[in-house]
Design a protein. Structure first.
Length: 94
């Protein structure tokens, strides 16, 4: 797996944890939600399919106009994921 794909997958995990809390999911529902987002995506800070899924999930939960907050969170968590992988020495592994 490429470095970009690892970063995106880790970002998706962090994003899933954040979104699960925002959607008030807990326990096995939260874990299942996070697991559903663990596809690596395209390796970009703004993964459009993931953004679309999150947008739909927030709208279905009755939380409208959350897209800009989700986009900001995705970008910041992409940077956090990069840092965490380098810090933990996982950036060089394929």
């Amino acid at each position: 797996m490429s470095h970009a794909a690892r970063v995106a997958k880790h970002r998706n995990k962090l994003m899933g944890e954040w979104a699960a809390a925002a959607l008030r999911l807990s326990g096995s529902k939260a874990r299942g939600y996070v697991d559903s987002l663990l596809t690596p995506g395209d390796g970009s800070p703004e993964d459009l399919p993931l953004l679309g899924k999150l947008d739909s999930d927030f709208a279905a939960a009755g939380i409208p106009d959350f897209r800009e907050i989700v986009r900001f969170k995705m970008r910041s968590l992409f940077e956090a994921a990069q840092y965490q992988l380098v810090r933990d020495g996982r950036s060089a592994r394929c």
